[in-house]
Design a binder for this molecule. Structure first.
Ligand code: AMP
Ligand code: MG
Length: 418
């Protein structure tokens, strides 16, 4: 089944807002977008990184039956004789993983039991083998063991019929373990979101080729394609076009035909040579988002042939940060995944900074010696700074006077899903 199309006004901002706070922009993305990818059935082993389209319901309990957590000796706790030292005769036979004990352990007896073995009738507690002395068919150990010790109850992890994972979950390696353990072999997953990436600009040329002094290499395309890939999406390379309306239109149409979303970089402001904005506004659906954020520039948001377009700033630092902060969560929604609130934590600053009110700032940062360091320059042209960084220090919309040692919020790049 094909999901419904996005609404024409999905990027519309409330009128009269000049500079949109980051949180308002994020809320707009969260509420205006929805999953656009189709659903398919996949074997669990092929589903890593995919987004669940439906919840996974446990077909069996984990563990299916009570089993032993250790190698040792099992017995009924109520049958222990009183006193400091317990002594029990051993019953004939043993219980091993996959080879259950056939019968009931007689009252007042213990049975050799190995890790993972089903707990047989007549046993509810297991004493660790290291805590036991064994002599001529009898075991002795110190009292004080709690009833049920070292025994895992049936379904203590997940009960059959319970929801093991919700729809919208992006499957991690350990999720595949959980799904497998509860007896589920296939999942309803969304197809990977196809993310097309287009670079624009007369001055931009493909990296590695010949370039005049007036030209710069295309730094954004490999970065954005790799970000899409790392986020679990399917990157689609649309190449680079010059600032020519016809070429831009043709490239967007190519993108809309073979992708679910298009990321462009460059030409997104309102200047004479900002052809992305010009072309998108001619369709009548352009929304220029002036988000109160640094680094950032206006982001041009639009639908092209029904496909959402994020017109990112050309500056690679701004393109990177805007992609992290705005495109990552938006792509997650389009991919059918849960909204991701990037989790950060507070650390002492290894820097000082005076921040003006009225916009949020993201500083290129990393953690060393338990402190948040920031890059030596906030220059927006310093690509080496984003390369150096391992996350962002987030300074809220209000004014802030940070002194060395003050707590600041650090958000690792991994929190954005990278
Ligand atoms: P624009 O957003 O088109 O005004 O571009 C802003 C700055 O980013 C300019 O200095 C551009 O040369 C530069 N720029 C644009 N696209 C790219 C790109 N793909 N790679 C590196 N720099 C770029
Ligand atoms: Mg330009």
């Amino acid at each position: 089944m094909k999901p419904p199309p996005l609404k024409n006004d999905c990027f519309a901002m409330p009128p009269g807002v000049d500079w949109t706070p980051v949180d308002v922009a994020l809320e707009r993305l969260r509420s205006g977008l929805h999953a656009v990818t189709e659903v398919e059935t996949l074997p669990v082993a092929d589903a890593g990184g995919r987004v669940l389209a439906e919840p996974v319901t446990a077909l069996r309990s984990n563990p299916p039956k009570a089993n032993s957590a250790v190698d040792g000796f099992g017995f009924a706790h109520a049958s222990l004789p009183p006193g400091d030292i317990a002594e029990l005769p051993l019953a004939e036979g043993r219980a091993a993983a996959g080879v259950p004990f056939d019968g009931t352990v007689p009252e007042g007896h213990a049975l050799r039991i190995l890790t993972g073995a089903q707990i047989p009738p007549g046993v509810d507690t297991v004493v660790l083998e290291e805590d036991v002395t064994l002599d001529s068919g009898r075991i002795a150990f110190r009292g004080g063991l709690k009833a049920g010790a070292n025994a895992r109850a049936a379904g203590e992890d997940v009960e059959a019929g319970q929801e093991a994972l919700p729809a919208g979950r992006k499957l991690q390696a350990q999720d595949l373990a959980l799904i497998s353990a509860v007896g589920v072999a296939t999942v309803a997953a969304r197809q990977r979101l196809r993310v097309a990436v287009l670079s624009t600009g007369d001055e931009v040329v493909a990296a590695g080729g010949p370039a005049t002094d007036a030209q710069i290499y295309d730094a954004n395309r490999p970065m954005l394609l790799e970000m899409a890939h790392r986020l679990g999406h399917h990157p689609v390379d649309l190449g680079h076009v010059k600032d020519d309306p016809g070429l831009v239109r043709a490239a967007l149409s190519r993108g809309a035909a073979k992708a679910d979303v298009i990321l462009t970089s460059g030409g997104a402001s309102a200047g004479d040579e900002d052809h992305i904005s010009a072309v998108l506004s001619a369709t009548g659906k352009l929304q220029t988002w002036r988000v109160a954020v640094k680094p950032g520039r206006p982001i041009a948001m639009a639908l092209w042939d029904g496909v959402p377009v994020f017109g990112l700033p050309g500056n690679p630092v701004a393109a990177f940060v805007c992609t992290l902060v705005f495109a990552c969560p938006a792509l997650a929604v389009l991919a059918g995944a849960d909204w991701v609130e990037p989790q950060g934590f507070d650390l002492p600053a290894a820097f000082s900074k005076n921040k003006k009110p009225g916009r949020r700032e993201y500083l290129r940062a990393r953690i060393r010696d338990g402190k948040a360091e920031v890059f030596k320059s906030e220059g927006s042209g310093r690509i080496s700074g984003v390369s150096w960084a391992e996350g962002l220090v987030e300074l809220g919309d209000e004014a802030r006077d940070v002194a060395a040692g003050d707590q600041v919020r650090f958000v690792p790049f991994a929190s954005f899903g990278l």
